[in-house]
Write a protein that binds this ligand. Sequence first.
Ligand SMILES: CC(C)(COP(=O)(O)OP(=O)(O)OC[C@H]1O[C@@H](n2cnc3c(N)ncnc32)[C@H](O)[C@@H]1OP(=O)(O)O)[C@@H](O)C(=O)NCCC(=O)NCCS
Length: 312
Amino acid sequence: MSAPKILSTGRCLPARVVTNEELSKTVETSDEWVYSRTGIHARHFCEKESGLDLAMGAAQQALDRAGLKPEDIGVCLVATFTPDYASPSMACLLQKHLGMLEDTLCFDLNAACAGFLYGMKTAHALLRDSVRPYALLVGCEVISRVLDMTDRNTCVLFGDGAGAAVLCRDEDAQWHTVFGSRGDPESIWVQGPGPDKAAVHMEGKAVFRFAVEVVEKSIRQLLEAEGCGINDLDLVVCHQANARIIDHVAKKLKAREGLFYKNMDRYGNTSAASIPMALDELVLAGELKPGMRVLIVGFGGGLTWAGALLKW
Ligand SMILES: CC(C)(COP(=O)(O)OP(=O)(O)OC[C@H]1O[C@@H](n2cnc3c(N)ncnc32)[C@H](O)[C@@H]1OP(=O)(O)O)[C@@H](O)C(=O)NCCC(=O)NCCS
């Protein structure tokens, strides 16, 4: 199947770092408890920054690295479940503040932690019929805005951040994808709108079971479509919710040590931002290079999941 090409990436995090140690002063928890169950030591929380500030920072980096100007973009999508406003969309705000042309197709999409891959699929489809051949895709979340900081079951898990990518049409690029959704407002949900009600609720064990099921299944489907084994891949980048989910799947698939990337120790679960942030980190570290075979998997609220196997 023809695929979009990722030309560049970018990332932006709020300045404030909140450690497990700091959280343990306000809720009954400890670094040992959180790290041993999730692999998370710290996360960034917005203090002064808006979601738009994060999205702008990540988007500008991605544009600069692609050598493009805002006027070159034909499609602008923001994947988020924590936009600054219900309306206008984050994508419309980006259009104005970055200076994209008024005929740029701008909208937000909500597929929770699978949002970046849903965004790639959507951008790819829209680029076929776009006024200009480049799409800007941003995963941006300010989850601290919807956390109940007295609920230790959820407040230790999430963080804020943004990751961006510039995509273009590429007639030669190929990928395999899988997508799924399962309406389930009981395992993980965000009540809203309204500041008193807005909070993430989660049945941790149910979400864990769902995640390991769909991540393993998606990876097996993609490997079968590609006709290769797990250890023929160069890199697997999963949504960074929890190290135990990733380790569990990696073990079941008999993946070699280090194949599955993990960075949730520093960022927590940043939902739609986690995959583009991880890709950006890998590119900058020189660990993700052109020609590498990469498998990407997202999963989360909805429930939703998505996977893609592509050549970088
Ligand atoms: C959330 C998660 C880490 C909880 O781990 P768990 O082993 O399932 O823990 P449980 O929910 O059974 O809770 C065990 C105990 O720890 C307590 N606990 C929960 N959060 C705690 C915290 N931050 N610190 C200390 N204790 C905590 C619970 O209250 C419970 O206590 P109790 O036995 O006295 O009632 C785990 O279920 C998980 O990772 N789920 C997936 C979550 C996820 O990734 N969601 C996002 C998907 S996009």
